[in-house]
Write a new protein. Sequence first.
Length: 326
Amino acid sequence: MQLKSETKSTFHGKYSKSSPVVGARVKELELIYAHKEIFANYQKVVYDQQKLNVIPLAFKEKADEISKEIYAAYIKKYSDHGLTIENSVDWNNVGFTRTYLSDLENEWNTWFVAPLVATPNDKSHIEGQMYRPAYICALHELMHVEEMTPGISKGQYARFESVVEVLTVTKTIILMDEVYKKTLNLPMDIEVDYENSFKLFGKTIKQGEFANFYRTLEAKYPSLAEALVSKQSLTFLNQTNVEPMNINMQVLGGFLAVVGYAVVALALLLNNASFGTVGLVVTGLGVASIFGGVGLFANGIYKNERTTDNEILDASACLAGNTNSP
C-alpha cells in the first residue's frame, strides 16, 4: 500500500513528514545520543579520519555494480511505497553529496528533507586514482533521512550534532570494506590494510579491523545502534565502566524527557501569557539559509575537511527537480 503523499512519482529525493522513510531509524539515533559521552568523541575521530576512496579507479565499473546491488537490497524494504534507486535521492552532476533539512512552514513551504548525491561518474567521487562508490554514499545520505524525526526543526535536530554521523559513518566504513573485498574477490573475513587507523580512547584501531568487528557485531543485534552500545562494542572501545542501554530503555527515557519538557513548557506558557506569540520572520535571506545540512560532505553540521566542497549550496538550483539519475 502506498502512502498518498509519497507515491512513486513524488519521491525524487525529497521526503515529507508522512514518508515511511523519515524516522525509520530515529530510535537508533536517540540510543546513540543517550551514550553521547562516548560517541561524540567516536564521531569526531572516526568521521573526520575515515578513508572512503579505497577502490582503485581501474575497478570502478565492478565496484559500481556491487555497490548498486547493496543499495538496492537496502531500499527494498520501501519498494511497496515506490522507492527506487533513481528516485531515492536527488542525483546531481555538480558534486553535491549531503542531506538538507527544510523546516520552514508557511503558506508557500512545508517541512521536507532532501538527500543529494553526486552521480557515479561525477569527479567528486575520485581522489587521485582511488574511487568511493556513489551508491554507498547514497545509502549514507538515506540513513540521515531515516534518522530524522518527522517535522523536527533545525534547532531540535542540532542537539544531535555531536553524534549525528555515528551510525552513518560506521555503516559506510563497513560497506566500503565489503565493496572492496567483493570487487577484488577477497574473503570477507580477512583484514584489509587501508593504511588508516583511528585513535579511540587510548587504543589504535585499524580501519580494516574496525570494519570487520562492526560488521560481525551488527549481524548479532536487531540494529546497528544496539550493536554499537553493546558490551562487546564498549569493551572494544576501552569503555568497560559504562552500562549499556537498549532501545526499549531509551524509549522510556525519551518519554520521561518529553513529559519533563512538557511541564517546563507549560510553566513558561503560564508565566508568559501576556507576551503574545513569538514568531519567525525571514526577510532578505538567500534560499540556502533555510537548510541545515548533514552527510558525507555537508556544509552544515559536520564538514569533512579533506574535501574542497566549500561552496554554499544554491538550493533553488539544486533542489528543484533535478532529473539526473545513475
